[in-house]
Design a binder for this molecule. Structure first.
Ligand code: SF4
Length: 418
């Protein structure tokens, strides 16, 4: 029997794809192995220069750990780069099903039906306390710094029926929180003009699944925070009060160079609308620091804008041009020392805003009920994730409702916040 191992780099979407591919290959008679496998698959990320360095390292590691193995590189690398070495390249724009088919093609048909456990619909790589499900892939946005539309192709969504079946299986196997994820999640179902389905329609269907504890979105663009979505978040308490909305810059000049489809005024107006409806909602974000042309004035606009919005957390990315994107040809390259200095400033702001936001929530909910998903235990205390996407430590005495006496990883419990 052919032994294989998948090495995964990059985002949750890649992790999900690897899990699905592992299941599909195992179902076809391949065997999962740890070392000295016959087939080493590397699921790559090509989002930054650093990511590409990591891909190379991983390919070398896979070679070292598995002497003589066939090396197959999948994910975002194959579309962006050629590899002269003796590896098979399979692009990321295809589904894991097609990738599995191609890999099987390299070896001929395997033995059928070896892998057949009850949760076989589930991805092998989901977080143990939450179930991540990829519902969509690809992007048509072409932000000037991003390689994704070139590597993963255009928008394509998974059929609703497939998603519902997978979420039902996840819930039946004990997952309480499900996270819908995708490369451009907010455009689920919208690849063709006139499509009737969209993210909110999908969410309503998922929310109707019996036994589901709560639903989270992995990330969304501000242009997709529609009144319909806000309405659903208000009306259905199972939807987590947390949205990850990438800002990338608070300077309108830089946003336009980035080819982002909004300006700061629009961003703020939607945030206000969201907060009017859900005053405690957590809004986390990504910001790229040191984009070509970013002056001190532009950076200070970003800094003050982040403070004005009051993000619950800022993921700060230091710009490094991906050579195959338009941003790599832009003038006004920012010195790396400057990028470092600005990134540090923004990270300190993030820490300050994070503390402030969490203190406000804890203060408001003090003495009240709060639902958390159990994520672990530390020094005799349980750790749980709130719907606002931060961790809380609590003792078992604080639990007021749980499905079992001793809660397990992934259980949704209600606690009294002290
Ligand atoms: S929206 Fe922009 S940053 Fe996000 S995947 Fe698409 S091109 Fe990349």
């Amino acid at each position: 029997m052919i032994k294989f191992r998948i090495y995964t780099l990059g985002c949750k979407v890649n992790q999900y794809d690897s899990g699905r591919l592992e299941r599909l290959l195992a179902q076809s008679g391949f065997m999962v192995g740890a070392k000295k496998v016959d087939l080493a698959i590397i699921n790559t990320c090509a989002v930054t220069k650093t990511a590409i360095v990591k891909d190379r390292r991983m390919i070398n590691l896979a070679r070292k750990e598995n002497p003589g193995a066939r090396i197959v590189v999948i994910g975002c690398w194959p579309k962006a780069y050629e590899l002269s070495e003796d590896v098979d390249l399979i692009g990321a724009e295809k589904t894991p099903e097609l990738t599995a088919k191609k890999i099987k093609g390299l070896y001929g048909p395997g033995k059928k039906g070896v892998y057949n456990h009850s949760a076989s619909l589930l991805s092998a790589n989901s977080d143990r306390s939450r179930y991540f499900i990829k519902v969509q892939d690809g992007c048509n946005q072409f932000c000037s710094y991003c390689i994704i539309p070139y590597t993963r192709g255009r928008l394509h969504s998974r059929p609703q029926s497939q998603i519902i079946a997978e979420v039902k299986a996840a819930v039946a196997s004990g997952y309480q929180e499900v996270v819908l994820s995708g490369i451009h999640l907010g455009l689920y179902g919208q690849e063709k003009a006139g499509n009737k389905t969209n993210l909110v329609v999908l969410m309503k269907k998922v929310l109707a699944i019996r036994g589901l504890g709560r639903l989270r979105l992995s990330s969304i663009e501000i242009t997709e925070v529609t009144d319909e979505l806000i309405g659903l978040m208000v009306q259905n308490k199972k939807v987590c009060q947390h949205l990850h909305i990438s800002l990338q810059s608070g300077s309108d000049k830089i946003l336009s160079l980035m080819n982002r489809p909004y300006d700061s005024k629009y961003f703020l107006s939607r945030v206000k609308k969201l907060r009017q409806a859900l005053p405690f909602v957590a809004i986390s974000t990504d910001v790229i620091v040191g984009f070509p042309g970013e002056t001190d004035k532009d950076f200070s606009a970003t800094y003050s804008f982040c403070r004005e919005v009051g993000f619950s957390k800022i993921h700060v990315f230091s710009f490094s041009a991906h050579e195959k994107t338009p941003a790599a040809q832009m003038s006004g390259v920012v010195a790396s020392e400057k990028i470092k200095e600005r990134s540090q400033k923004l990270r300190s702001l993030s820490a300050e805003l994070e503390t402030k936001y969490q203190a406000e929530i804890k203060d408001y909910f003090s003495g009240q009920e709060l639902a958390v998903v159990v994520e672990g235990e530390k020094n005799g205390r349980l750790k749980g994730k709130t719907e606002f996407y931060f961790d809380i430590y609590f003792s078992s005495k604080q639990i007021i409702s749980a499905s079992r006496k001793k809660p397990k990883l992934g259980d949704l419990v209600r606690i009294i916040l002290l």
